[in-house]
Design a protein around this ligand. Sequence first.
Ligand code: DGT
Ligand code: CA
Ligand code: CA
Length: 573
Amino acid sequence: MQNQQIAMLFEELGDLLEIQGANSFRVRAYRNAARTLENMSESVTDIVESPSRKLTDLEGIGKDLAAKIEVVVQTGELPQLNELRAVIPAGVLEMLRIPGLGPKKVAALFHDLGISTLIDLKAACESGRVAEMKGFGKKTAQTILEGIEHVEAAGNRVLISIASRSAEEIVADLKQLPSVSQVSVAGSCRRRRETCGDLDVLAIAQDSGEVMDRLAAHPLVEKVLARGETKQRVRLRSRIEMDLRVVPAESYGAAMQYFTGSKEHNIVIRRRAQERGLKVNEYGVFRGDEYVAGATEEEVYAAVGLPWIPPELRENRGEIELAEQGRLPKLIEVEDIQGDLHMHTTATDGTASILEMAEAAKARGLKYIAITDHSKRVAMANGLDATRLRQHWNEIEDARGKISGIQILKGIECDILEDATLDLDDEVLSEADWVIAVLHYGLKQPREQIMQRLLNAIRNPNVDAIGHPSGRLVGSRPAADIDYTTFLKAAADHGVMLEINASPSRLDLDDIQAAAAKALGIQIVIDTDSHATNGFESLVYGVGQARRAGLTKADVANSRSWPDFQKLLTSRR
Ligand code: DGT
Ligand code: CA
Ligand code: CA
């Protein structure tokens, strides 16, 4: 079982216990355990199976939790969770996701009205039954109705590329209004998560009605779902929903900080405020009723004794400790990227020629690229055998003569076959300037086989990098079962680079594993895997993921100048 799956069981256990009215310390312990597991690079299954390791050495995991985790690893199930599931239907859990509907209210709706699905809840709100309940009222029923829409929308998370493009376009449009002095995206989109549940946009405007009208009229907006004095929720044609909040200038930084999240990061910020006799909310920083700060995020962080923290790091994964010690990394930026080491041409499944790709890369300011078409195993993409590959490399040499100011490497994206051998011989691979080895087929093989394949590739002296290591497609295809501890150690030992594939549907390595790779001193390459001349636009998503992993220029091989990158290549061959 993968960490993420185990974490989800504990998360659910916490939620169900909370609805049951269990002790809040117990609930929190399960949630903390879930987060610890989720944020770990190392497989918890391996720790359980290792005779020399103890689960209780992990932060937040005591004896009781350790025993439960062992049961999950051994049986795939959590007996206590099964018992609770038998008494609390899944639809009740879903109700917890409605903003403003806590466990007590959810429990009341379930026990007193027998509501156990969102559909029932919607009907009960509309019929007035919810409003009549003690402690609810008309306003709460209305809030719940809006919240149901929110939950339904958040179930459909969209890729960061779709979310951020829509958001940027709308932000740019709202900025045109003379009465608007600031507009920004907050939420998961600003943190550059790989998917977004909804978009959160904040604005400072003299006339909030005017901004909301402008948003309602935007061509990307399909429908206005709700509108209040200073807040509007709309659904975009891309299906994602967006909240626009108009805030006063003195609250702008506080609102940005609050709505950027993450929730886990903000919990720690609020606690630090309390320790200093302050209160932080979306309106500002307060001492009693007195406003102390809130116009900028810097002010908010300063009030709790911290420097400003880049949004991509705000996940409570150690960034607050780093900030406190003045050790926040200077994160990599898109402008730092000098080369792109993974792309395709018409020789296989790309749509542009070698020269067209080189020209497009040069226009983007890149100084070097590697052309890495598919090897023969990828027959449906017309993959190259040794003869065609050598011919393709001759064409690369021709292209070199036709363009200056950019280096073109003779590369190959070589499949690691199901039997762990490489798709092309060492002889031809040794003639390449750059070899990325990848898994495309047999991703569902058992861990042992997957690992044998990856390790074989890493040990091959002709392999420079492993591309999109897990093979996952965000939200649609699960990752191969990789033992990351072993995989990363092998890459570090052999000086093999690992890719963050910037294609928004891959983003592979993910943020957790890229951070673990950094910790071992592994060089990361952020590649677009472009199949067309506009593919380089994806660089920004790969850099976003790298920033979430805390990567700096020094961690990213293709932020080096061409001479320095060349030195790195020759040093490892
Ligand atoms: P998403 O939309 O699911 O991709 O993720 P976020 O992080 O954008 O979450 P969202 O849209 O529900 O809320 C935006 C931010 O607002 C969130 O990261 C933190 C803050 N926030 C929202 N609701 C709550 C809450 O109930 N408690 C706290 N502490 N913060 C909240
Ligand atoms: Ca959001
Ligand atoms: Ca939101």
